[in-house]
Design a protein around this ligand. Sequence first.
Ligand code: BTN
Length: 286
Amino acid sequence: MTSPPPPDRPPFRAPASPAQPGVGGRFGRGAKPPSEGSPPSKKRFGAVVHALGEVDSTQAVARALADDRAPEGTVVTAEHQRAGRGRGGRSWLDRPGEALLCSVVLRPAIDAAEVPQLALLAAVAVAEAVEALTGLAPGIKWPNDLVVEDRKLAGILAEAATDSRAVTRVILGMGINVSQREFPVDLAARATSLALLTGREVDRGALLDGLLTRLEHWYDIYLDHGFKPIHAEWCRRTVTLGRTVVAGGAQGTAVGLDHDGALLVRDAAHRTHRVVAGEVLDAPGG
Ligand code: BTN
């Protein structure tokens, strides 16, 4: 496991009283309002945190802030989403106060085709933050679901705006199940939470703090060195490789993660398929 560096700033605290819906402009993670004249934090991620009450989706709020020139690393959190978004057009449901729901504004100089790598990067960061706080070691199910005992603990959504092929901004959304003691019937067999896994309450503020620290760590590595270091760490933490899967129209054994983040699936005829998007399902009888 890669351990996080010691915190060098006061932790972010979730709002004590219900936050107002809408863009509230809270300064979190120890950052001070600029008018106080304090030196700017070295850390970009979470220097500005908009900790909100109820929103449609933190993705939508972060996108509006990004369109209004919010700096890279701006974070939006919410107690509850009325219309949380998941991958593949699915919805992401939560009950107030039970999940860590956050979106981060990124402005990487990458091509549109590379955006999924940021979601893989985020999966590594979420796994590390959870491990540091709880001792659990979530596995990564391709591409970026965090699972424990085959149940989903967290999901990640990377939404990009592009200008031709170049990315102008990415909103990286992460939802982590924290305090749920039960799930709706249709999810109960497939979902889990930190409370269920540890038997105790986990502090969402501390989790956010650890997550932003690891996210910024890997993001800086990504900008400097590309995807290769993240590839290695993702492979170390994945539960997908070696499994018999159905993905992107291919059925076979997941044998590797390609240099760009595509899943490599080898079928019964020993042909290798590159799967660039979609879900991984366990193959029948696999
Ligand atoms: C998935 O596994 O399908 C991705 C789920 C992503 C959910 C998070 S919660 C915070 C952010 N806001 C959203 O509407 N979605 C993401």
